[in-house]
Write a protein that binds this ligand. Structure first.
Ligand SMILES: Cc1cc2nc3c(=O)[nH]c(=O)nc-3n(C[C@H](O)[C@H](O)[C@H](O)COP(=O)(O)O)c2cc1C
Length: 318
């Protein structure tokens, strides 16, 4: 299928996950079948102010493509200016965040708060669509709370601006990440617009893709199931799970890439967020996890990973 002017064979996307999906996670996910990735959300204002931390979110090696950059803001003017910077840097698309539920973001009127201000949401999309030639998408939730589920209404306004596709995580802002996402909303949304609809929310197995396909989803975005588990994309394509040896090699590679990106001290801390996923289901996982969490340095953590017992595969459950 075509998405952001790209031909995708299976429609498998890696979700934007702030604090996780910097280029090392993206590069590993691609190796296992993620066909398109997104940056973490990027402040449009931060980008325009050239804030170092914000600019670093645009960092990527050549192999990290195709890539969509996601921005958040409440200012149509800043959104348009940030979009031009992103376009100039060779990204394949721009996504506008209208789903982030975090207080710091919604408190400023951005992220999911835009679902309560459709005229502003529409102006933002309009400004970005008119500022760049690359495709523009919007990632949204079901609505603000269970009494105001308005994804269909927002989608209609956005489609009129010329956005190229919509990504829906069908939970409300107040639900945050709890409870079951309302997958049926994909079908309702799909019937209400003529642009592609990407599904997000608790996708982790091949049967999930099948069910979402029947609901009309054009592509599938995987987030938390890919944290420390880049092979989820291989499994979603019918491939095998990983051996312990494969997990060990991937962890070492991931740690080294994080070292390149953040420097060794920060990389060791950062890697601890992924360790749990990498060892889930293997014998001795909980001991390894607690030792790894206490690793004092990059080298300590690396040594612990190297010492993970070699095969035979001792996967006890997945
Ligand atoms: C830690 C964390 C960070 C996230 N960061 C972003 C973000 O930067 N931009 C965004 O649109 N969604 C973000 N999300 C939402 C995910 O992209 C996704 O829509 C949601 O987690 C549901 O999908 P999943 O069940 O596959 O994780 C984040 C979610 C989590 C848990």
């Amino acid at each position: 299928m075509k998405l952001y002017d790209l031909d995708l064979a299976r429609g498998l996307l890696l979700a934007p996950l702030s604090g996780y999906t910097s280029w090392p996670m993206r590069v590993l996910s691609r190796r296992f079948g993620a066909e398109l990735c997104y940056t973490e959300m990027i402040s449009a204002e931060g980008l325009l102010r050239n804030t170092r931390n914000t600019l670093s979110l645009l960092n990527r090696p050549e192999e990290d493509a195709p890539l969509v950059a996601q921005i958040f803001t409440t200012s149509p003017r800043y959104a348009a200016l940030a979009a031009r910077i992103i376009e100039d840097q060779g990204f394949d698309g721009i996504d506008i965040n209208m789903g982030c539920p975090v207080k710091k973001i919604v408190g400023k009127g951005a992220g999911a708060a835009l679902m309560r201000d459709i005229p502003l949401a529409r102006s933002l999309a309009d400004a970005v669509v008119n500022a760049v030639r690359i495709p523009v998408s919007v990632k949204m939730r079901a609505g603000w709370d269970s009494g105001s589920v308005n994804a269909v209404e927002l989608a209609a306004a956005l489609e009129e601006t010329g956005v190229h596709c919509l990504i829906l995580h069908p939970r409300t802002r107040t639900a945050m990440y709890k409870g079951t996402p309302q997958w049926d909303l994909f079908a309702t949304l799909k019937q209400s617009v003529s642009i592609p609809v990407v599904a997000s929310g608790d996708i982790s197995t091949a049967p999930d893709l099948e069910r979402l396909g029947t609901l009309g989803a054009d592509a599938f975005m995987v987030g938390r199931s890919a944290v420390g588990r880049p092979w989820v994309f291989r499994e979603l394509s019918g491939g095998s799970g990983p051996s312990v040896d494969e997990r060990r090699e991937l962890m070492l590679e991931h740690l080294d890439m994080l070292g390149d990106l953040y420097g060794r001290d920060k990389a060791a801390k950062f890697m601890k967020k992924f360790v749990s996923g990498y060892v889930r289901g293997i014998q001795g996982a909980s001991t390894f996890r607690s030792h790894a969490c206490n690793a004092a340095t990059f080298e300590d953590l690396k040594g612990m990973i190297k010492a993970l017992p070699a095969g035979p595969v001792s996967v006890i459950k997945e």
